[in-house]
Design a protein around this ligand. Structure first.
Ligand code: ZN
Ligand code: ZN
Length: 354
């Protein structure tokens, strides 16, 4: 008789376990949009677009990710933590900002909790906290107290951009003229550089070529050795040296002593050459036959590429294997921040309540 009740009781216990868990589970609002997620509906669609345009401008001009989030209350997400802890955790969960610079900004308003926070990435340290606190106390909170949330958010965002980027949202190009002047000077400097450096280089090269080809003293009897003409010098070179000359990887000069037939050979490595040093014969006659990816890297594992070389002189072959790093997540695409992997905050910023 009791067996009939066991199964319903088990089902009820299971249901309780599941529902208790779903009540206590802590979640975060979704980052549906990279700029504005107005879940508390404090802004009109037009206002959302205006703010999003300013935040897109900030990203375009300063490469800084800033995002606005309004929620009704934290407890809707099973969150019992403070405004500050919620903001930091959410910031890091979304991964706002560049992961190396940690320069993201979160503008968070929690309507029913009657508090707000501007959370910033750890890259700012504590340098912006005081200024952001002033913006919250003097610009935003007075508007929120009058129930004009939209004005508080819009002006607050403007002031925050001013603090973070150093200019008001529509002022990125205000210093355009100064920038043009600076660009012009840099360009003019580069132009002068581009003309005089090659001329200097040519003179330097001609001087050194003449010096290099000048007669040398014979180390045996001290008499002057003339340089052997290019068309006859190959007789004195090894096959490997001849190959280097043919491939233009090393340029050789040869001097011969008329008194004792002593031969001096000097090689000058060319700077620009595709030939590499061969481990087999020791000549600069090793040529790449191209690279292929033998194993493509993924987001989870590294890959491998192989470059094949063959020596033009001794015909030896080599393969060089190279590890290709994992593909890193790029969090700038998609709807929001695609969670983690982005910038992080260590609790910098400022809060206020009304
Ligand atoms: Zn000699
Ligand atoms: Zn070789």
């Amino acid at each position: 008789m009791m067996g009939r009740f066991v199964r319903p009781i088990l089902v009820i216990l299971l249901w309780l376990a599941v529902s208790v868990q779903s009540v206590t589970a802590q979640t975060y609002p979704q980052d549906r949009d990279p700029y504005v997620n107005d879940y508390a509906d404090l802004l009109t669609p037009t206002q959302e677009q205006e703010i999003a345009a300013k935040l897109a401008d900030l990203r375009k001009n300063r490469d800084i990710e800033m995002t606005v989030l309004t929620i009704t209350r934290r407890s809707d997400y099973g969150q019992t933590v403070t405004n500050e802890a919620f903001a930091t955790n959410l910031f890091n969960s979304w991964g706002i900002g560049d992961r190396n610079r940690n320069d993201g900004v979160l503008f968070l308003v929690s309507r029913q909790d009657r508090d707000m926070r501007i959370e910033i990435g750890s890259g700012y340290g504590r340098t912006k906290d005081d200024a952001l606190k002033k913006i919250i106390d003097r610009v935003i909170i007075p508007k929120f107290r009058l129930n004009t949330y939209d004005a508080g958010i819009i002006e607050g965002v403007d002031h925050t951009i001013r603090e973070i980027a150093g200019v008001w949202p529509d002022q990125y190009n205000a210093n355009q003229l100064t920038r043009w002047w600076t660009d012009l000077r840099i360009w003019a400097g580069g132009f002068i550089f581009a003309i005089f450096v090659p001329i200097g280089g040519l003179i330097w090269r001609a001087y050194h070529a003449a010096k290099r080809r000048a007669p040398r003293r014979c180390p045996v009897d001290g008499s002057w050795m003339p340089r052997v003409l290019d068309e006859y010098e190959h007789k004195h070179l090894t096959t490997g040296q001849q190959k280097e000359e043919d491939l233009h990887s090393v340029e050789y000069d040869v001097w011969i002593c008329r008194q004792c037939d002593h031969v001096t050979i000097k090689g000058k490595k060319r700077w620009i050459t595709s030939q590499k040093l061969c481990k087999g014969c020791g000549y600069k006659t090793l040529e790449s036959e191209g690279s292929i990816v033998t194993e493509a890297p993924t987001r989870y594992s590294s890959g491998e590429s192989r470059t094949d070389f063959q020596c033009n002189h001794c015909k030896e072959r080599y393969s060089v294997f190279k590890v290709l790093p994992k593909i890193s997540d790029n969090n700038s695409s998609g709807g929001g921040f695609s969670g983690g992997g982005g910038g992080s905050s260590s609790g910098g910023g400022a809060s206020g309540s009304w």
